[in-house]
Design a protein around this ligand. Structure first.
Ligand code: ADP
Ligand code: 5GP
Length: 199
């Protein structure tokens, strides 16, 4: 019998919409899920832990990783490099383990045509004012960085229909339940497709 591969779950959307919060809840509530740890050249925030929230790299280190083909995908977001190291993602999928990538819109839409068997979820804010309030409320970036992130959000929102699903993060519990329902349905679909290809 053909073994099932893991499901690649891409969670994306504007900065401050609640992607990290949703992913944290998903991991707490679902034992089988794991989250890919990205590499970045941005400065660590107080709550960041190297190797846990991100692998912090210099620009030269990051560029060397690009040259060696070590990334599943990478992008420049607000003048910093961000990338998904390939080996942990490929190993998880090969072992049949589901893995989440929490990445920006450019990265997600770059992966989608190359990896159509993944599921692509755009997390949207209830409205743009709420997005601004959440970014300000998080208090982790300077006023200038917040404006840059809000400026990027309009272009990112315009790409939302290129995803498989749009989940509005108004009430957090509802948004988490929506993503769980998507994962469950996609797993049933990919399992059915694997069975069909056996016959
Ligand atoms: P992202 O990872 O998309 O940049 P975060 O998960 O850091 O966003 O969330 C940004 C801020 O919004 C955080 O302070 C978080 O606690 C808050 N937040 C997330 N989801 C909700 C929600 N549904 N309702 C209210 N606040 C939320
Ligand atoms: P932050 O600086 O707030 O941690 O992240 C900024 C943006 O970069 C967020 O939209 C986040 O999802 C995205 N991001 C984080 N890791 C990666 C990655 O590995 N690849 C890409 N393309 N984007 C990432």
């Amino acid at each position: 019998m053909k073994e099932n591969k893991g499901l690649l779950i891409v969670i994306s959307g504007p900065s401050g919409v609640g992607k990290g919060t949703i992913c944290k809840c998903l991991l707490e509530r679902n034992d089988g899920l794991s989250l890919s740890v990205s590499a970045t050249t941005r400065a660590p925030r107080d709550e960041d832990v190297d190797g846990v929230t991100y692998f912090f790299k210099t620009v030269d280190e990051f560029k060397a990783m690009i040259e060696k083909g070590e990334f599943f995908e990478w992008a420049v977001y607000n003048k910093n490099y961000y990338g998904t190291p390939a080996p942990p993602v490929l190993e998880s999928l090969e072992k049949g383990k589901d893995i989440i990538l929490e990445i920006d819109v450019q990265g997600a839409l770059n992966v989608k045509p190359r990896f159509p068997q993944g599921v692509y979820v755009f997390v949207a804010p209830p409205d743009m004012e709420t997005l601004r309030e959440r970014l300000r409320g998080r208090g982790s970036e300077s006023a200038e960085q917040i404006s840059n992130r809000i400026a990027a959000a309009d272009g990112e929102m315009a790409k939302r229909f290129e995803y498989d699903y749009i989940v509005v993060n108004d009430n957090l519990d509802n948004a988490v339940a929506d993503v769980e329902a998507i994962i469950r349905a996609e797993k049933l679909r990919t399992e059915r497709m694997a069975k069909k290809s056996e016959n």
